[in-house]
Design a protein. Structure first.
Length: 438
């Protein structure tokens, strides 16, 4: 049907329509962590036995990772909506030449995992980046080379091959989640000891280490600055439950505070949310912690705060756009400093269309609080920017239409249902694409 429409020059696009302002109230259940899942799914390649992964989020990035595994020859069976059984005993070839891999940056984790299992691998180079800045992979390559691999880029593929992967001492130039994970995946089956220094300490790095250990790897120190990996010859199958998504939880926490709401955010690890809780409290919200839930409320006014994003345990960059939205209606002027990415303020132009007063100079955004935002048609420029625009739509007066929602659906499960469950007036609709030239 879509093809018929396209032939006639008509196309449809999906958008979110949000009617604001709304006050979010109720309970929301957080899904498994995207950034843990996209590392743990390729990691099953390291065992020649089936694995069972629980608490898998139903999002596009996870579907792409599973599809890549399937194309490689693994057998995938969904036991239920959140549990998948993966048997990667038989793999056709250690190469991911598929176009689907281009659509997801994290597909490069297949290279680390294939290198670990076969001492060689090749993956389609990931496509362009959404933030507008460069997303280098030099530290991944440096790590693979230190383990004895030759790395080359050939016909849009990144290829790595070693006679025998050998443990090494690697000091990363900067803290990087991606390189920490990728080199860890390769090193677990290398010969001898690998010491990784200046590593990322994000909860998903620890989650991957725990999964690898449950498969028989010997990884110590994840969550600190130094990870020590003693290579093992064989790894076995395991059943593992992925941690809750810190960023999805943070997004709902910020949304609750921004809308003057009262939300119980369930299925979380409150320890992972401490940097977020601290900033929300400073901005005037109340956060109550339970064993596996947090309740965010606000009754007083929102206050200005200063915020700098940093690697974990600092404030996560993936919540920076959402916080900017909240602060755009706080009393006073807030200063945000982006400490991880060179350019993560592309979304600010969209917020300005809604009446926000934000000036950006390099890594710093000066957010002058305004009385209120007004609904407008806006574009999600990337995943977290998209989440921020939803929050903007919730606090704004009138209708907000968010375009390019595929970015959002890459990383947020049932986002419409979850916000609606909290009282948001939000819908996903297909509308004719006005940008198409007839
Ligand atoms: N960097 C290098 N060289 C490298 C790798 C990274 O210089 O080889 C630099 C980057 O340019 C950046 C910094 O190191 O300035 C941090 O990058 P990192 O490698 O930590 O980021 P990533 O692994 O590519 C992951 C998340 C991102 C999140 C960042 C930072 C996944 C799949 N992605 O990206 O999440 O912003 O860590 O926490 O885990 C998102 O979920 O929306 C998202 C973009």
């Amino acid at each position: 049907e879509q093809r018929e429409k396209d032939d006639k020059g008509e196309t449809e696009m999906e958008k979110f329509f949000i009617e604001g302002p709304s006050r979010l109230e109720g309970e929301v259940v957080i899904s498994g962590a995207k950034n843990a899942a996209v590392a743990i799914i390729p990691a099953v390649l390291l065992a020649e036995e089936p694995c069972v992964l629980e608490n898998i989020p139903n999002i596009n990035d996870v579907n792409i990772s599973l599809q890549i595994l399937q194309e490689l020859g693994a057998k995938i069976k969904m036991r239920n909506k959140t549990t998948v059984e993966i048997d990667a005993t038989h793999i056709i070839a250690p190469s991911v030449p598929f176009d689907i891999a281009r659509n997801m940056r994290a597909s490069y984790y297949f290279l680390g995992a294939l290198l670990g299992r076969y001492s060689k691998g090749a993956v389609t180079m990931p496509g362009g980046c959404n933030f507008g800045g460069v997303r280098p992979i030099d530290q991944h390559i440096k790590g693979f080379e230190a383990l004895g691999a030759d790395v080359s880029i050939d016909h849009g593929m990144i290829c790595a091959e070693a006679q025998q992967l050998t443990g090494s001492h690697i000091y990363f130039d900067g803290v990087t989640v991606g390189a920490t994970i990728n080199v860890m995946l390769a090193a677990v089956r290398a010969q001898g000891l690998t010491i990784l220094e200046n590593v990322a300490k994000e909860p998903h790095v620890v989650d991957l280490a725990n999964f690898l250990n449950s498969m028989g790897a010997d990884v110590r120190g994840a969550g600190t600055d130094v990870i020590k990996i003693r290579g093992v010859e064989h790894m076995h199958g395991a059943t593992y439950s992925i941690i809750p998504d810190q960023i999805e939880a943070g997004t709902f926490m910020v949304a609750a505070a921004a809308t003057n709401g009262d939300v119980l955010v369930k299925n979380v690890i409150p320890k992972h949310l401490e940097s977020i809780t601290a900033k929300l409290v400073a901005a005037g919200a109340t956060v109550e912690e339970f064993d596996d839930a947090v309740r965010v409320t606000r009754s007083g006014p929102l206050k200005k705060i200063n915020l700098k994003t940093l690697p974990h345990p600092g404030f996560p960059t993936d919540l920076q756009p959402q916080m900017a939205v909240m602060l755009s209606v706080a009393e006073g002027t807030s200063i945000i400093t982006e400490g991880v990415w060179d350019n993560r303020y592309k979304y600010v132009d969209e917020l300005r269309r809604m009446g926000a007063k934000i000036q950006v100079d390099g890594k710093v955004a000066v957010v002058e609080g305004v009385e209120s935002l007004t609904g407008a048609p806006v574009k999600a420029t990337d995943l977290r920017a998209g989440a921020a625009l939803i929050i903007a739509g919730l606090i704004a007066c009138g209708q907000t239409e968010v375009e390019e929602i595929h970015h959002i659906e890459r990383g947020y499960e049932c986002v419409v249902e979850k916000f609606r469950g909290l009282g948001a007036r939000m819908e996903k609709m297909e509308v004719p694409d006005a940008d198409v030239q007839r």
